[in-house]
Write a protein that binds this ligand. Structure first.
Ligand code: KIV
Ligand code: ZN
Length: 420
């Protein structure tokens, strides 16, 4: 692998992620999460937008003081006040980065900024020049780049680069682009900035995708294939509106499909689960159960055929292991689609080895219960057989040929159903 295949992972959970409704964090929570992001192995932590509030300023300052092995970035618009505040917040950072942005699409120029293209061009250059007086590393973002006129976008980017921006971000601010279109844009920008010459690029191309059409990860990866070398993303995909590209999906796609995406990064994949859980705990918002990589069901198998395959060899239905991403290894979920095989395995794990006739009886009770209850827990399984009477050594205390327990007494069934 050459340096050119190394992807910088820029985490913006504390900034763009925190901007999503219900995801705000206080200073202590931000520092806790930032430490975990550092342990996860991201390269850049965007810690906040210092001009936005005293709280944001203090959080960026605290993260900059604590996280010494990563770059800490602070966001600002192009005004002097914004840039100075970002610079102050980063004073103690071991590796500071000022991230300045201005919109480049006509719709934003006309309806939000009320500026001409010439004015925006001047703002971009001036802001980077000032930011460079506070930090050696300056990132410039052309907000709403994917809906901007391409020539104007390239003009603004050229101005930012000539003033010393070494990272150029091309955000899909409104989640509008598609993988092929975005790849083409990235290729164009990369060629204009870095030419097609080999060697050290003049500026790193960064991508920042929102998920309004559910394409944030696909767009980011298409951009990497087209030459982008920094990906901006968030844990659990939180962020404005439908969120940002999910870090765990970007990382694991590059990991699992390294044959198609031969790029490297520093992320320790086993820290993905713990980071996801910490974020959920802090913001009080669980991820959807079927969320890729970190959802509760991402490694759960309920269908009998799948369970049988996974018990024999997880590779039958898993493209990565839960251990590799720090997720619980409890693969087998017992529900109405489960088969005898999984039930017998579960009882064995609980310390009970059932004979064929016992398993038949247990399965009969189990399916009746599963028809009425979405998920069957270990306690339910234990309750099912507790009725049968058991010696302390785990063998059943009954005469199997009599099958006295082939139906679960209805009072127990009712109790189990009402329990969870
Ligand atoms: O979505 C966006 O355009 C942004 C920029 C500030 C990078 O978050
Ligand atoms: Zn964004």
């Amino acid at each position: 692998m050459t340096d050119n295949e190394r992807i910088t992972i820029f985490d913006t959970t504390l900034r763009d992620g925190e901007q999503s409704p219900g995801c705000s964090m206080n200073l202590d929570e931000k520092v806790r999460l930032a430490r975990q992001l550092e342990a996860l192995g991201v390269d850049v932590i965007e810690a906040g937008f210092p001009i936005a509030s005293e709280g944001d300023f203090a959080a960026v300052k605290a993260v900059a003081a604590v996280c010494r092995s990563v770059t800490v970035a602070a966001l600002c618009r192009t005004t002097e006040q914004d840039i100075v505040r970002a610079g102050e917040a980063l004073e103690q950072a071991a590796h500071p980065r000022i991230h300045t942005f201005v919109a480049t699409s006509d719709i934003h120029l006309e309806h939000k900024l009320r500026k001409t293209r010439d004015e925006v061009l001047e703002m971009a250059g001036r802001s980077v020049r000032l930011a460079r007086s506070y930090a050696d590393e300056v990132e410039f973002s052309a907000e709403d780049a994917t809906r901007s006129d391409r020539d104007f976008l390239c003009e603004v980017i050229a101005a930012a680069v000539s003033e010393g921006a070494s990272i150029i971000n091309i955000p899909d601010t409104v989640g509008y682009t598609t993988p092929a279109e975005y790849a083409e844009l990235i290729r164009t920008v990369n060629e204009r900035i870095n030419g097609d010459a080999e060697g050290t690029p003049v500026a790193t191309i960064s991508v920042h995708c929102h998920n309004d059409l559910g394409l944030a990860v696909a767009n980011s990866l298409a951009a990497v294939e087209a030459g982008a070398r920094q990906v901006e993303c968030t844990i659990n995909g939180i962020g404005e509106r439908a969120g940002n590209a999910a870090l765990e999906e970007i990382i694991m796609t590059m990991h699992v499909r390294a044959d198609r995406l031969p790029y490297t990064n520093r992320v320790r994949t086993a820290e993905i689960g713990p980071t996801s859980r910490l974020l959920s705990e802090i913001i009080g918002c669980a991820v959807q159960p079927n969320k890729a990589i970190v959802g509760r069901n991402a490694f759960a198998h309920e269908a009998g055929i799948h369970q049988h395959g996974v018990i024999n060899n997880p590779l039958c239905y898993e493209i990565m292991t839960p251990e590799s991403v720090g997720m619980p290894v409890d693969r087998i979920v017992l529900g109405k689609h489960s088969g005898r095989h999984a039930l017998s395995k579960r009882y064995a794990a609980l310390g009970y080895s059932l004979s064929t006739i016992e398993l038949d009886a247990a399965y009969h009770c189990f399916t009746r219960l599963a028809d009425r209850k979405k998920r069957i827990y270990d306690q339910d399984l234990l309750a099912l057989i507790s009725e049968w009477g058991r010696e302390r050594d785990g063998t059943l205390n009954h005469n199997a040929s009599e099958q006295p327990w082939s139906d679960l007494p209805s009072c127990i069934e009712e109790e189990l159903i009402s329990r969870y």
